[in-house]
Design a protein around this ligand. Sequence first.
Ligand code: PNS
Length: 183
Amino acid sequence: MAKRKKGEDKDMGKVAIYPGSFDPITYGHIDVVERALEIFDKVIIAIAENEEKRPLFSVEDRLQMVKAFFKDTPKVLVDSFKGLLVDYVAKTNAIVILRGLRATSDFEYEFHMASMNRSLNTHLDTLFMMTSKDYFFVSSRTIKEVARLGGGVEGLVPDLVVSRLKEKFKLPVTKKKQIGWDD
Ligand code: PNS
């Protein structure tokens, strides 16, 4: 009988790990997860407890927002990790690290990270998925900046994230009207 490969656990099937800060999760991230579910049996969203990045949301808050969104998607597991990603991956059945790639500007950072992870574990590959055109301009960093300055981020992040951002930045909870050419 053929030896089962790592990541082809009989209970879990093919597993990918999608690591990140998710501070906060955006529809760009969600788009990557949903498309990855066409390829993998399970996707583990692994939230890094990277305090040195001075996240806006605590890891508990980030976990709660991601879990709330995927509560009806059993193929998505949500977890957090400290320390090296490769060490966390080794404790799971994942065969691959999954990352979204927006534009050429992401490439250098991603290339360095994937190369470093591969030098730490030569069996570990990173798979990149292009973020869909609807979200290629969306990043957690710009979402936080726009929200902090009172701009509307509805439709770019889940509703729960919109309300959490409003709480953080003490903004009114009413829906912010987007400014269009007719205004
Ligand atoms: O969403 P982000 O902030 O771009 O995600 C970056 C993340 C969390 C994937 C990366 O910083 C990471 O893997 N951190 C864990 C520490 C680690 O393993 N560093 C070595 C990889 S370069």
